[in-house]
Every structure is written in C-alpha cells, then in structure tokens.
Design a binder for this molecule. Structure first.
Ligand SMILES: Nc1ncnc2c1ncn2[C@@H]1O[C@H](COP(=O)(O)OP(=O)(O)O)[C@@H](O)[C@H]1O
Ligand SMILES: [Mg+2]
Length: 339
C-alpha cells in the first residue's frame, strides 16, 4: 500500500497516478484511489463520479491499471449499510438530516472514508498494490489522525449525552433548542437525538472498523511517500509531516520532490545570439538568468529538505511546460520516478 501525502497543489494526485502506472507497467495489478483529480486527468483515466469502485484504465501495461475517484458520501453510506443491524435502522440514518449534513461535509469525513475505502479494497484481496492519493488537507496530519478521531468520538462523552438528551441537558439548553425550533422550524435536538439513537447500535462496529483502519496505516506493507514541491512552505510542511509520521510509528518510504526547475543548459551560442540581434539575445539571456535563479533556489530547497530528513530516498520530478493531464503526461512523470 502506497499513500501519497503532502500539502495541497504539490502534485499528490499526479504522483499517485504515475506511481500506479509505473507499477502496472512492471506487471502488477494496481488500483489507484484518487480524491480530487483535475477533470482532464480524470477523463484521461476514464474516471467518472458515478462509480465508487475501481474501473480498468485503457492503457498498454504488462499488469493492470485500475483507478477510481473516491466519493466520500457514497463510501460513508456503504459503511452504514454494512454496519446497520437492520434495514429500518439503515433507513433512519439515511433519512436523518444530521447524517445528511455530516456525510456530505467534506472536512473530516474525507480522510476517514479514504482509508476506509482502502481497507475495503485490501479486504477484497484482488490487488497487488493499492495507491492512495490523499485529500487536499490544510493539514496532512488530519489524515493520520482520522481513524483515532472517529473512535474517540464514538467512545466519548458527546455521543452519550445525545443518547440521553432529556436527562442531561439543563433547562437552559432545552430552552435554547426550543427557541431555535420556534424560529427555524427545525427540531435540532430531536434530529440529533434520533441520529445518535440510530447510530448507537453501530458504535461497536464503527469503533472496530476505525481500529482496523488505523492498524492498516501502521502495517509493514504500507508505506508513505511524502510528495512536496521545492518551495519554502511545502518544504516546511514536509519536514513537519515527516516528524509526525515518525512519532506515530508510520512507515516512511521516501520523498518525491515535484515541479523542480532545471537549470538552463548553456549560454546562448554565439551564432544564435548573432542571428537574434543584440536586443532579443539580451532578453533571452535575462530569461535564462531568471530560470537559473529559480533552479538554484529549488536545488537549495531540495538540499535543505534532504538534510532535515536525514538523506532519505529522494526522487525529483522536473517542472514541465504543461499540466499533466493525460496518459502521455503521466508516462513522463513515471519515467522520472522509475527510470
Ligand atoms: N511536474 C509538473 N509539471 C507541471 N505541472 C504539474 C507537474 N505536476 C503536477 N502538475 C500540475 O499541477 C496541478 C496540481 O497537481 P495535482 O497532482 O492535482 O496536485 P495535488 O493533488 O497535490 O493538489 C495539476 O494541474 C497538474 O497537472
Ligand atoms: Mg489532489
């Protein structure tokens, strides 16, 4: 299991897809679970939002490449379906307004459902490798902590309070909810309490699932790739995330530094400069100088990152002129990761 983690916009989705492609080319049966692929990349992989299961990508590889786009709400629904003791409970949860809000709210549920999906695919046993792209978290740590947060929630006091609303809410709280109900017409307290009652029979199931999902993250067959870009903020975040990974005892596989500017190869050759004339060749030289400065900055950032992390395995992917939005683009990224 390969989990591509890192801050937003650094190329996690691109890297996850390219890693999966490279492994499939080596004869493995690989599924990549993407979270928020750019539309054109999703199209290139034949992904649709309608399916919450992997579909086979149409490409020539020795193994098999499968891809899916994670639908957090569908995954959550499937989990409820799986854990509900009977159909009535299931329907009560689905129809509950609080559940509808909770399961569509992206924050928090996306991290958990991503790993829950991974767990499900792992249980199927049909894959040699699973590659997981991670959500555009403000904080990649939300992801590591998602299973723990969910278990703590189900074992915590909050849920017990809602299971016995009448006894535990003081008169003041009751009054507030009463006023809210009169103004908004929404009986929040009743909705909340009905929601938690329906869920209460599933608490053990949820806690157990969250525990096993947590174990999956620490499994020796799981590895984290930290994806980053050679700029100040992503580098700082990568250093921080690496430390947290180590503290949490999670397996760290290596670094992917994406979008690294390459130094220009040469000075402008004399005959080209002559053909361009002084004005144009001066501008070309200025642009070359800027690119050289960017490349030097990037190289310094990569160096700082590597030394902070104790010289881990590092792969560098250059900044391309275009977005990576099709299989051809993925092949280019893949060749920097695997060749
Ligand atoms: N090496 C690269 N060169 C040029 N563009 C890139 C490169 N890697 C990624 N991109 C582009 O950058 C954007 C963000 O990449 P993406 O993989 O979606 O990042 P993330 O998943 O981390 O948010 C996409 O438009 C992608 O095509
Ligand atoms: Mg992404």
């Amino acid at each position: 299991m390969v989990i591509c983690a890192g801050s937003g916009g650094v190329g996690k989705t691109t890297t996850a897809a390219a890693v999966a492609l490279g492994l499939a080319e080596r004869g493995l049966k690989v599924a990549v679970v993407t979270i928020d692929p750019a539309r054109r990349l999703a199209n290139a992989l034949g992904l649709s939002e309608l399916s919450n299961e992997p579909t086979r990508v149409d490409c020539e590889v020795d193994g098999e490449l499968w891809a899916m786009m994670l639908d957090a709400k569908r995954t959550f629904d499937q989990l409820i379906e799986h854990l509900a003791p009977d159909e009535q409970t299931r329907d009560e949860v689905f129809e509950n307004r609080i559940y509808q809000q909770l399961s569509t709210a992206v924050a928090g549920s996306q991290e958990f459902t991503a790993i829950a999906k991974l767990y499900e695919l792992d249980e199927e046993g049909a894959w040699d490798v699973l590659v997981l792209d991670t959500p555009p978290a403000r904080n990649a740590l939300d992801f590591l902590d998602a299973p723990g947060r969910l278990s703590r929630f189900f074992q915590g006091r909050a849920i017990r309070i809602f299971l016995k609303p009448a006894g535990l809410f003081g008169r003041g709280t009751g009054l507030v909810f009463g006023v809210l109900r009169r103004i908004t017409g929404v009986d929040l307290l009743r909705d909340l309490s009905a929601f938690f009652h329906a869920l209460s029979g599933m608490i053990d199931g949820f806690t157990e699932r969250a525990r096993r999902v947590g174990e999956l993250l620490e499994d020796p067959a799981t590895t984290f790739l930290i994806v980053t870009a050679p700029r100040h903020d992503p580098v700082e975040e990568a250093i921080f995330f690496h430390r947290k990974l180590r503290e949490a005892g999670m397996p760290f596989g290596g670094l992917v530094v994406n979008r690294v500017h390459q130094p220009p190869s040469d000075e402008l050759p004399d005959d080209v400069a002559e053909a361009l004339g002084p004005k144009l060749s001066e501008r070309v030289s200025a642009a070359t100088g800027q690119l050289a400065a960017l490349a030097a900055r990037d190289a310094a950032n990569v160096e700082r990152l590597r030394s902070s992390l104790g010289d881990p395995p590092t792969l560098v992917v250059p900044e391309f002129e275009d977005d990576v939005h099709d299989l051809e683009g993925l092949v280019r990224v893949r060749s920097h990761l695997f060749d």
